[in-house]
Design a protein. Structure first.
Length: 204
């Protein structure tokens, strides 16, 4: 497909996908178990289950669902032109989960600030996506290829617009937001974006 329907959206959802994480240590002590990392060497990520659960994380009660992760993975693999290497699956997918959590937190912050995306804004953005295809059939085929429904596209489009509004409010609007800005901005401002007394984010 020459034009990616979700190019801008997936870049935000999978912010940081252009990063190349350091390779995991080669001296794992036991199959499927993280090895004790030598000083100065990053520890191996906790192994992921072969079958991901329907809900992969919760952020202040808000579900981060499996389809969101699958969409992000397909975006990464589409840009790389190949599947995620099995030996790096845990590392890369864990990173995507962290980024999805950051995405949800910023969307919640937009809601708290009454900066929600309107139905009109969402419809206009979805219309722009559809405009990249010759007809409705091609658009639907693209949705299917991404493993998404139209409702899911609308949901992520709304969240993407909310995140953009928060970033626009915090960063000079003349500065172009780079792929890694969502995660970086969230990490630098974690304390400001806690809901109520604390931020509750959990993953398996």
């Amino acid at each position: 497909m020459k034009r990616l329907l979700f190019a801008g959206l997936i870049v935000m959802v999978a912010a940081g996908c252009k990063k190349t994480p350091s390779a995991p240590p080669a001296n794992a002590s036991a199959p499927g178990a993280p090895a004790a990392a030598p000083p100065g060497v990053p520890a191996m990520p906790k192994p992921l289950p072969a079958q991901m659960p329907d809900v992969i994380a919760r952020v202040n009660g808000d579900k981060v669902e499996r389809w969101e992760l699958e969409t992000a993975i397909k975006g990464v693999e589409g840009r790389a032109g190949s599947p995620i290497p099995p030996e790096r699956r845990d590392e890369i997918v864990r990173g995507l989960i962290d980024q999805l959590v950051a995405f949800h937190v910023l969307a919640q912050e937009a809601h708290a600030r009454k900066m929600d995306a309107t139905d009109v804004e969402v419809a206009e953005r979805v219309g722009q996506f559809k405009g990249g295809f010759p007809d409705e059939q091609a658009f639907q085929q693209a949705l299917t290829a991404q493993g998404m429904t139209l409702d899911q596209l609308r949901q992520q489009t709304k969240m993407g617009l909310q995140v953009s509004k928060v970033l626009d409010a915090e960063v000079n609007s003349k500065v172009t937001v780079q792929d890694t800005d969502v995660e970086k901005f969230y990490k630098e401002n974690t304390e400001r974006f806690k809901q109520g007394e604390t931020l509750h984010a959990s993953t398996f």
